[in-house]
Design a protein around this ligand. Sequence first.
Ligand code: UD1
Ligand code: UDP
Length: 374
Amino acid sequence: MKIKILIVFGTRPEAIKMAPLVLKFLGNHNFETKVCVTAQHREMLDQVLDFFEIIPDFDLDLMKPNQNLYSLTATIIESMKPVLDELKPDYVYVHGDTTTSMAVGIAAFYSGAKICHVEAGLRTFNRQYPFPEEFNRQLTGKIADYHFAPTILSKENLLAENIHEENILVTGNTVIDALLYGIEKVNSENFKDGEIENLKTFLDFQKRIILVTGHRRENHGEGLINICDALKTIAQNHLDVQIIYPVHLNPNVVGPVNELLGGIENIHLVSPLAYPAFIWLMEKSYLIITDSGGIQEEAPSLGKPVLVTRTTTERPEAVNEGTVILVGTDSNKISEETEKLLNNSEYYNGMSMLHNPYGDGKATERIVNFIEKL
Ligand code: UD1
Ligand code: UDP
């Protein structure tokens, strides 16, 4: 009898980080592998499914415009029941810290399946930052039977919460597996991409590119306004620089960003880019300003310094390595650090060293081997 695996995700970053695991499980005939998407995100999820050529077996299609945490959580738990009843999986895989991860973890627990948590053990130890992700991740850690920790530090966090060591495996982050696959595909001769071609029509590669993203709930409102102020200052002081900002579809982000930064000549606001165009653009960038978790993990592999617009991070490894700086949402601090990186090449070179503490591209192999041995 084959071991039944159900892999569930719903947002863009979960899809990117779970895609290599889906492909690895599907290629191993000891397992019967099914994929379920909650579609907590719709367009931003579908972009990833297209690139990795993954067709979900179940699509709950749950996204609502400007959805709230209460109804999203309740609907996910309720909608997972028929899937779990039909499939009766031995193992359910969830990823990270989203509402999908937490709610699917609860539903899987009710079903009696063993729960495998990928990207386990990251902590800020402050339940308000990031909100609600820190809480989601802690709760999923409580529910999970097996914990795939990306780094030694994340394993130590789990041990400190009395998780048994034999149920934790340090794997590296699957985001690096995805990135290596993605970069190879994007750079292959036959790969053609309309979005990349479009970017080439308006970006001037003689000028340095600053790539920006931002979406965190705790930055909505004042934080986002401050970040936009800083970007405006940087754009005005540096006509030799272009800022490109693929704007997250959350209405609490798109609205203010378009209002505050629309119409500035060297700031390009674009829709979220599909993963291939985004990683292509990361490679072309001089520096990245972001509050994204995944981008903090990817950028060191591409040798790009990152200014993180948060006051605390559950990913301190790259901060300790010196490739990432936490700048918070103080507009002066953001523009000062950006100035330093634009004007001081020694400082820039020190930050763009190529060591990545988050993985070596073999995380999915380790995860599958672990379950095979069980
Ligand atoms: C979610 C996750 C966050 C993750 C982020 C990645 C939670 C609580 N938050 O935040 O951890 O870092 O995704 O991007 O799980 N929308 C669209 N189309 C899309 C995606 C979003 O229109 O493809 C809009 C919708 O109006 C949606 C809103 O964005 O209601 C918010 O989406 P939601 O998943 O609730 O929150 P995010 O801010 O995206
Ligand atoms: N990303 C993308 N297109 C974009 C912006 C980001 O494909 O326009 C990718 C990026 O490479 C990374 C992931 O999306 O792998 C990060 O997602 P996001 O910032 O939405 O979520 P977080 O990582 O903060 O949870």
